[in-house]
Design a protein around this ligand. Structure first.
Ligand SMILES: [Zn+2]
Length: 282
């Protein structure tokens, strides 16, 4: 009886985690054609070439129609189309980790061009500054020249938008800005045993009342950190999965590779929080 109760408790716990995780995915959902789930599955297998291919296809899918019925060429205060850029630049990082630098270069060049093109659709000055930040990210991811000066341009654009920015927190939590924060967080956790290595307060200035400076900090922080983090991930040959819904010290999963019982529920995968390999029920 005790065993049965434990099973039911564990099963309920696992289902609750899935429910929380699905709700979070739905909140941010873009039409990636199922390729993000496949990309994360490939990361878990450390097949970075395949992961790069799926991230590319996810990007093209989102860029075509970010959400059902949403036109990528129309203004959008939420900026869902930004996820397409996130996936394209993540594909570039995957290809570099896979030892395919020329393909990474192509993705980087492509992403820089698309980010520039999207400035005709996402026409709020603060969004245009974020697209400039993404252009710099794409240069870092693709191993292209000119990232540092592009980050400077982005920081200047945030400061220029400064007085016109109402509620910078709302912008910073919109899908466009979260898309721009995703890759550096994913790269950083790869080097930090799966933990959150870059927090909100790292990316943003302490004083949200100075709107331009608050957001410009994103660009100056990335200018200092992102390139070096990507170089280390490429040298290590390891890119972690993104962080989804997490649970520490579970009694229901154990990683067969490293023995950790910490779990990362992300896309359609249940992964070890530590090494990003598939974890298994116990
Ligand atoms: Zn593990």
């Amino acid at each position: 009886m005790l065993y049965t109760n434990k099973c039911e408790h564990t099963r309920g716990n696992v289902l609750t985690k899935w429910f929380v995780h699905r709700r979070r995915i739905n909140r941010m959902h873009t039409q990636d054609g199922g390729h993000i789930a496949s990309a994360v599955g490939a990361l878990a297998q450390r097949d970075y070439q395949t992961a790069g291919n799926h991230y590319s296809r996810a990007a093209w899918s989102v860029l075509t129609e970010p959400r059902a019925g949403r036109d990528p060429f129309a203004p959008d205060e939420r900026g869902y189309v930004g996820a397409g850029l996130q996936y394209l630049l993540t594909s570039a990082i995957c290809y570099r980790v896979a030892g395919e630098p020329s393909r990474a270069t192509h993705r980087g060049v492509e992403a820089v061009a698309i980010a520039g093109d999207l400035t005709t659709a996402l026409d709020e000055p603060v969004q245009q500054a974020c697209l400039e930040e993404l252009r710099a990210d794409c240069r870092v991811a693709g191993g292209l020249d000119g990232a540092a000066s592009t980050y400077d341009t982005a920081a200047d654009a945030y400061r220029a938008a400064g007085d016109g920015i109402e509620n910078p927190h709302r912008w910073a939590t919109s899908p466009l800005f979260e898309a721009a924060a995703g890759p550096i967080k994913q790269v950083a956790r790869s080097l930090a045993n799966g933990e959150i290595a870059i927090k909100w307060e790292n990316l943003h200035d302490a004083d949200p009342s100075a709107c331009g400076d608050f957001l410009a900090h994103r660009a100056t922080y990335k200018r200092q950190r992102f390139s070096g983090l990507v170089e280390r991930v490429v040298a290590d040959g390891f890119l972690a999965a993104p962080r989804g819904t997490t649970e520490y010290a579970t009694d229901h999963h154990r990683c067969p590779h490293c023995g950790s019982t910490d779990v990362n529920w992300v896309a359609e995968s249940v992964l070890c929080l530590r090494c990003s390999r598939p974890t298994e029920p116990v």
